[in-house]
Design a protein around this ligand. Structure first.
Ligand code: SAH
Length: 391
């Protein structure tokens, strides 16, 4: 790697990076090489000029995202070796199997590569860069993805770059593949369209929670709100739910849910799908459902909108708690990183109080093993869920 400059930390501001926290905030910096450009590789040194590691520079609150720790210069095969480690973790955790061929291969900070997300849909990898450094290194990353998947015998025919910003276009970096593409998740089948779909095309992070929902759905009347691809709906039907209704504000999401129902052998005409706002849909459905899934998009993307987001989660959950049948179960989630586990829990408590019903917590849910969190970077935990029993 070509190192373009040096970042010198202030005296006493090197503790967190020495404990493997991967972000250097602008306030911790004493000097920076003047010519640095966004995306450059930098060496980070402490006040005594001892190297603490190397990372990607980008002007902003988080000025450096660390990619290596310690004195050694980043090796030319850095991406490939980190990807192989990540694959090893997915194997150890038994994420990849003959029933599941869609998984997150690389989860940013949790896999030691801040700013990089890679999702694999059978033999196609979809890369997302959340930093300019990763954007600039994308050709190198694509080659490393192809090499590591091929060498470990998983196979790879294409690497697609899904752009997050206007600076770069979405494109195939290696090979080509047709969309939609069919993948398996715990034996259920889903169409994935990484070119047109939300994020990389699928929410892999709900895989284990969808499985649990399926196990609890037998004989129940189920409402899946914010359904997107219909993931939870299909697990419920596969496990003999009595009836499943799916709701999403987006017409495209509802069309996709219908296609996925058909793909799994269910008749979309007998399982109602509504392109409607969840809040409106909930209004006149008192005592209809035994099981409700609330999996909204992140209501807060920044700390400034946290208060509004909390109000949103509270209102949504209170509405569902009020209208669910006695003895009903709610799967409720938040994927807002700025709403932490405790705040989410407290919000659900206040929703319960507002609904005025007796409620028990059956399960605490989180993101799965292919979305790992570094112990030293608790900010990486973003998906929180609760399974509630409403008396
Ligand atoms: N549960 C899904 C992922 C949900 S993503 C899964 O398992 O894959 C969030 C979805 O909420 C998106 O599809 C978006 O279109 C939808 N959405 C956003 N606001 C909404 C609203 N007010 N009412 C209904 N759906 C909404």
């Amino acid at each position: 790697m070509n190192i373009q400059g040096t970042i010198t930390l202030k005296h006493g501001r090197d503790h967190s990076v020495k404990r493997f926290h991967p972000w250097i905030f602008s306030g911790a910096i004493q000097f920076a090489t003047e010519t640095l450009q966004d995306g450059d590789w930098v060496e980070v040194v402490d006040a005594r000029k001892t190297t603490v590691g190397y990372g990607h520079y980008q002007k902003g609150t988080i000025t450096v995202r660390m990619l290596t720790f310690g004195a050694a210069k980043p090796a030319a095969d850095l991406y490939e070796s980190k990807l192989k480690k990540a694959l090893q973790v997915r194997r150890e955790a038994e994420v990849i199997s003959d029933k599941t061929n869609a998984y997150r291969l690389l989860h940013g900070e949790g896999d030691g590569l801040p700013g990089l997300i890679i999702d694999v849909y059978s033999e196609v990898a979809v890369v997302q860069a959340h930093s300019t450094g990763m954007l600039r290194d994308r050709a190198l990353i694509a080659a490393a993805v192809h090499a590591s998947l091929t060498e470990t015998g998983l196979g790879n025919t294409a690497v697609y770059f899904k752009s997050m910003q206007e600076k770069a276009a979405s494109e195939y970096l290696l090979g080509m593949a047709a969309v939609p593409h069919v993948v398996k998740e715990h034996g259920n089948r889903f169409y994935i369209d990484w070119e047109e779909g939300q994020k990389t095309g699928f929410f892999l992070d709900q895989r284990e929670n969808r499985k649990l929902l399926g196990e609890m759905a037998k004989g129940k009347t189920v409402l899946n709100t914010f359904c997107y691809t219909g993931g939870f709906s299909i697990y419920a039907l596969q496990n003999e739910a009595k009836l499943v209704h799916s709701v999403d504000a987006s017409e495209k999401a509802i069309a996709l849910t219908r296609k996925n129902l058909e793909l799994n052998g269910f008749d979309p005409t007998t399982h109602a799908c509504a392109a409607e706002d969840t809040f409106d849909f909930l209004k006149d459905k008192q005592d209809v459902y035994d099981l409700i899934i609330l999996d909204p998009p992140a209501f807060a993307k920044h700390k400034d909108s946290r208060h509004q987001a909390v109000k949103g989660y509270q209102r949504l959950n209170a509405e569902a708690m009020k209208m669910i049948k006695p003895g009903g179960i709610i799967f409720t989630f938040s994927c807002s990183q700025v709403v932490d586990r405790q705040l989410f829990y407290d919000t659900i408590v206040s929703a319960g109080i507002q609904a005025g019903r007796q409620i028990k917590v059956l399960h605490h849910l989180a993101q799965p093993a292919d979305h790992p969190v570094s112990l030293y970077h608790p900010e990486g935990e973003y998906l929180k869920g609760l399974v509630l029993y409403v008396e």
